[in-house]
Design a protein around this ligand. Structure first.
Ligand code: ZN
Length: 285
């Protein structure tokens, strides 16, 4: 018998998860999100899907840095390094660093799914570009044809999908569980070195080195990591009787002011294998 059963099962699991993430990324960023707690919950929902995807494709016991190219390959995309800024007549003040193309090959009619990265981009930027394109890829891998390209800052996104792709990219490159583990290690090392209060810039730089992305993207993503950390904190230490936010509007807002029991149980279930009280004490002291 061919030992393919496990592999087929894994492939099926990945495919189901990709479908779930696709639906969520395309439809999740709307509606109730203007409520603070719902926005925080949205970040949690993105982060837990990134976490599931990484553990399913790259294994349960990972650490930073995430092998983002391998992740793309495991999801069925080829990663190709090319010069993305040398088209004839191409002129832009902004640099294209990533691109995703889905469609049938002109020659063989075979379905092609490719993430391109700019060969002149720095290693760190290439990693970010791949993560960003993975988000688009997941939103469109079943499309007949799809094309998207990514330009590095400083220009701003002009579509909602771009914002969603950036949010997801950060959680792929800095999964929350790795973030917690790194933070705890960092704090302990600092204590051993004499217990100076932690400077944010140093910690951001350390996290950038560990995750192998630029300081800029860590800083950019830090707020969303904090939101998720707060959500996890609420699940483990939140006071049931306390309203988290004093919203002014009084329309059936009970559920928006508090974390529901269902949410609390979900977070506890999904973080219990890495979240410890010690981490909580340091992160939220
Ligand atoms: Zn994009």
């Amino acid at each position: 018998m061919m030992p393919t059963t496990d592999m087929d099962g894994r492939r099926k699991e990945i495919s189901n998860l990709m479908q779930d993430i696709k639906e969520f990324l395309k439809n999740g960023f709307k509606g109730e999100i203007q409520e603070p707690l719902q926005l925080i919950k949205y970040y949690w929902e993105v982060s837990r899907r990134a976490d599931q995807l990484i553990r399913l494709t790259l294994g349960e016991n990972g650490r930073l840095p995430v092998d983002i190219e391998l992740l793309a390959q495991k999801l069925g995309a080829r990663v190709v390094v090319e010069d993305l800024n040398e088209f004839p007549g191409w002129k832009s003040m902004n640099r294209r660093i990533g691109q995703v193309e889905i469609g049938n090959s002109f020659f063989t009619d075979e379905k092609m799914r490719t993430i391109f990265v700019d060969k002149k981009a720095s290693f760190h930027s290439k990693r970010y570009a791949i993560a960003h394109e993975i988000a688009h890829y997941i939103m469109h891998y079943n499309d007949r044809d799809y094309y998207e390209d990514y330009f590095i800052m400083p220009m701003c996104p002009k579509e909602l999908d771009e914002i969603v792709a950036d949010i997801f990219a950060i959680f792929l490159l800095i999964p929350v569980r790795y973030f917690f583990v790194e933070f705890l290690e960092y704090v302990k090392r600092k204590m051993d070195e004499g217990g100076e209060p932690i400077a944010t810039e140093q910690w951001i730089r350390y996290l950038a080195e560990k995750s192998v992305i630029s300081d800029y993207y860590v800083a950019y993503g830090y707020q969303q990591l904090r939101y998720v950390a707060y959500w996890i904190y609420l699940a483990w230490h939140g006071d049931d009787d306390k309203e988290i936010f004093n919203c002014n509007d009084d329309t059936d807002s009970e559920t928006r002011k508090k974390m529901s029991d269902e949410d609390r149980e979900q977070v506890r279930r999904e973080t219990e294998d890495y979240y410890t009280e010690e981490m909580g004490d340091w992160l939220f002291e």
